[in-house]
Design a protein around this ligand. Sequence first.
Ligand code: ADP
Ligand code: MG
Ligand code: MG
Length: 499
Amino acid sequence: LSPSLALKCLKSPDPQETHKGNSPKHESAAGRSVPEEVLPKLVEEALVWSSLHGLVVGDGNNKRSGAVPGVGLVHAPFALLPVPFPTSQWRQACELAPIFNELVDRVSLDGKFLQDSLSRTKNVDAFTSRLLDIHAMMLADNKKEEIRLGLHRSDYMLDAETNLLLQIELNTISCSFPGLSCLVSELHRSLLNHYGKHLGLDSKKVPGNTTVSRVAHALAKAWNEYNNSSAVVMFIVSNEERNMYDQHWLSAELMERHGVNTLRKTLAEINEEGKLLPDGTLCVDGHTVAVVYFRSGYSPNDYPSESEWKARILMEQSSSIKCPCISYHLVGTKKIQQELAKPNVLERFLENKDDIAKVRKCFAGLWSLEDPASVGDAMERPEYFVLKPQREGGGNNIYGDDIRETLTRLTTEGGEGLSAYILMQRIFPTSYLSYLVREGICHHDYAVSELGIYGAYLRNKDKVIMNDQCGYLMRTKFSSSNEGGVAAGFAVLDSIYLT
Ligand code: ADP
Ligand code: MG
Ligand code: MG
């Protein structure tokens, strides 16, 4: 199928165009704007609320803010009002979470599928190649992960023209904002409780969000399966982490509700302090590690030397529960997303026909660049596509004329480099006039949103202990920005207003 034919719809190539018309779709939150006399009060109340309730991140203007807790805090960037979202698509996204959880688990068990699908990528992408080497090493050792914990987040955009919920990507490692996302929902409920009448909005239409307690619950359950009451949950973190409070929310929940201790270590520290006992037990700094929870380790920058890779291998060889294990990590690559979207591939991993149909329905157009027809289509109409490398964390995708340039360069260089990327249909969500607050300043412009649904999956051998949807994260960015990460500085945290 030619990419152009398979596009689920043809959208305006310029998202700016869509809000020039008078379509009611393009008005501010739930079709209202905040009266000028109310706006400053609303912003101030939101800023106070964030500070009092821990909706905070480290302030980039303070050098110590990424290393020392309690120093240099600033409110997390947020949208002042929740973004309208249709109830049926919201339900659809929630229903998909357990199906994707199961899909990840099934695919992770097919080592050959992972290695084969990523074999060309391996030749041109050094980082993915290292991950595949670890995966191959574990296959060769016949290493079995009997207890598997997945904490995923499937991200979606709502296509404006068709109203289809389309998946952007499925994250299987280091999903951020389980802590802060629920606070934004609470912030919005609180603001609407006070100002809802002025704005014609009802706080009950913001769905409750309990991500932090549900994700902590999943980690605690995994810890429990490990069955060693003196063991800890180890967070893999970066040296500099301005999003540390999001992580501390989880640690606090683990301690206060579940009595589980956590340890924060960098990959370099694990290499220094970690050792494997003969029975496979991982000990770090004198602690037995029940669960390894990655909040770093997903990007090449997290591995500046061989020490970090050694730490990754040590953990993978251990009997600790890895969240994620190397195969779960690989299932979350963009290449695997694209392979799963090929005809008859989902059928290899899922039996239930309804589940297959539900998953397929949310797939946007995805193509390998090994097909010359895809390259041709992308060169001809780059505004309809996104070019994606195997990277995480935002800021890596290629859009518009840069697609043409990149494809021309890679083709001239011999074409192998094309295997580092996948091609995806560009999705154009409805833009709404929004109030986005960053560093205490409120900006007002058209913005688009991306909905993330958290999922948790835990199994021990044949027993599925947990397979749940675990709350949501809405992120909103100005329509003029291509990329979406909050930590990367492109987007703000948001919640939803069901319509
Ligand atoms: P990452 O793993 O770096 O987060 P994503 O696939 O989520 O990679 O892409 C980053 C951002 O780029 C998304 O948050 C979204 O804003 C934008 N984006 C990605 N894919 C598409 C797409 N198909 N259409 C429109 N925007 C997209
Ligand atoms: Mg990602
Ligand atoms: Mg993403």
